[in-house]
Write a protein that binds this ligand. Sequence first.
Ligand SMILES: [Cu+2]
Length: 157
Amino acid sequence: MQFIRRVVLTVPVLGATLFSVASATPSTLPSVAAADTTTITVRSTSAALAFNPDMITVKSGATVRIRYINESVFSHNMVILKSEDDIDPVGAASFDAHDSGFVPTQFKERYVAFSPLAGAGKTVEFTFTAPAPGEYPYVCFVDGHFNMMIGKLKVVQ
Ligand SMILES: [Cu+2]
């Protein structure tokens, strides 16, 4: 078990590397990571600017895979931030971040993890290691949705 944990923790969680992990087909992911991963499904539906659920609880250090199913009529993404204070500055920059899926690359250090852009009807996945215990907001930074599409990741010991 100890060995498996160490292997999982070597999976990079930030920046461009996350995109390559998220876009990899399941068969190319290391099987040890898959066996030790908590998968959580999050949805958005119809025209509602909301995440369902809007509260997720995970254990610190766990490998978490978010499967974001966008059943709505809009494009969305899901960005987990280190602090609530990051929502406004990152949100202001998100309008100019089309090329990176509305995730401003200059704020990379403020993200716990983030999804690729999920067009209407699309499902995307991303994987990360749950950070230190605390509360981390997750928001959508597409087209100013960050004022309404807000959820909370609770990380417990
Ligand atoms: Cu959105």
